[in-house]
Design a protein around this ligand. Structure first.
Ligand SMILES: Nc1nc2c(ncn2[C@@H]2O[C@H](COP(=O)(O)OP(=O)(O)OP(=O)(O)O)[C@@H](O)[C@H]2O)c(=O)[nH]1
Ligand SMILES: [Mg+2]
Ligand SMILES: [Zn+2]
Length: 305
């Protein structure tokens, strides 16, 4: 028997998992039968595993799933069946939008940020194509004030690429954003030789199907990984409980618990600290509006994708 080897799960379909060992080799492996038992941890993309060989033979297989640092889970509404892990060990959500072409939608950005927060994963924002619009930094200043790091980039001009490269290095990032904002272009510009085809990062292993595997991990040449978008989109916000939504807006957090009513919905109640902050301008009216709309969406149980 050979010594176990540590590896990260890159993708998986139908019982065969593509993994990358610490030495940088990619292998296709199956999982040991004992790990498939009822109630066992379900393997996900991003999981760190130990590969082992059989007593005799040279077939490697997953023999152990190492403890997770984090999980991006598609959570069912309360009472329904449990959560499904879309990806494990995600260190940060990187929400990528364009300053224009396509026009950015703050509501969609807010959804990504809520998904990250609901999963206890930090988030940062990238606004690409900054050369295509005026006053971009003013438009997104509300997010910086809320506490999210915002990167302003242009693949065309080379702006902000070194800084973005730095924050991706050595981490597992869920890079997420609408089609055409420049996710693949950004990665190609930061990692020469990566040569991603347009559409490659957002290709889903099981597009349109609700299976356990929803994401694919792409190794970065100098350490770290990015996960494709559909993995995050699949998560949706409808698994978030209505009364935990306010915690998912970073700038609301310091005020939570200070409303007159303990179960304040921050909609119409008197003595609402959140609405008072909106009035003084310390919380943006647009973000509060986003909160109310997302709350309605969650209560109606309608995924908005
Ligand atoms: N003007 C301008 N165009 C850019 C910039 N970055 C990317 N583009 C262009 O935007 C288009 C879409 O870029 P992609 O990198 O394919 O976008 P994507 O986010 O990967 O899209 P999907 O893979 O469909 O999700 C391409 O035509 C790029 O050349 C930029 O900074 N400025
Ligand atoms: Mg792409
Ligand atoms: Zn309130």
């Amino acid at each position: 028997m050979t010594d176990p080897v540590r590896a990260v799960v890159l993708s998986g379909t139908g019982g065969v998992w593509r993994v990358r060992t610490d030495a940088g080799e990619t292998r296709e492996v199956s999982m040991r039968g004992r790990l498939k038992k009822e109630g066992a941890v379900k393997l996900a993309v991003g999981d760190e595993v130990m590969l082992e060989t059989e007593e005799r033979g040279d077939q490697w297989a997953i023999g152990e799933i190492l403890p997770r640092r984090s999980r991006l889970a598609r959570r069912a509404p309360s009472g329904a069946y449990g959560e499904r892990i879309v990806a494990a060990n995600i260190d940060q959500v990187v929400a990528v939008f364009a300053a224009a072409e396509p026009e950015p939608h703050e509501r969609m950005l807010d959804r990504f940020l809520v998904i990250a927060a609901a999963n206890d994963i930090g988030a940062r924002i990238v606004i690409n194509k900054v050369e295509l619009a005026d006053n971009v930094e003013e438009r997104f200043a509300v997010y910086e004030r809320a506490g999210y790091p915002v990167h302003y980039t242009s693949v065309k001009l080379g702006n902000g690429l070194a800084e973005l490269h730095d924050v991706l290095a050595g981490r597992v990032s869920a890079l997420s954003g609408p089609s055409g904002v420049g996710k693949s272009s950004l990665l190609n510009a930061m990692y020469h030789g990566l040569n991603l085809r347009v559409g490659e990062i957002s290709r889903s292993v099981n597009k349109g199907r609700h299976t356990t595997v929803g994401a694919e991990l792409h190794p970065l040449p100098d350490g770290g990984y990015v996960v494709d978008t559909p993995g995050l989109r699949e998560v949706g916000v409808w698994g978030v409980e209505p009364d935990e939504l306010d915690h998912c807006f970073l700038e609301f957090r310091p005020l939570l618990g200070t409303c007159r009513f303990g179960d304040c919905t921050h909609a119409t109640e008197p003595g609402c600290a959140i609405r008072a902050a909106v009035k003084t301008g310390s919380i943006s009216a647009a973000r509060h509006d986003s909160f109310l709309k997302l709350r309605t969406e969650i209560e109606e149980g309608a995924p908005a994708w």
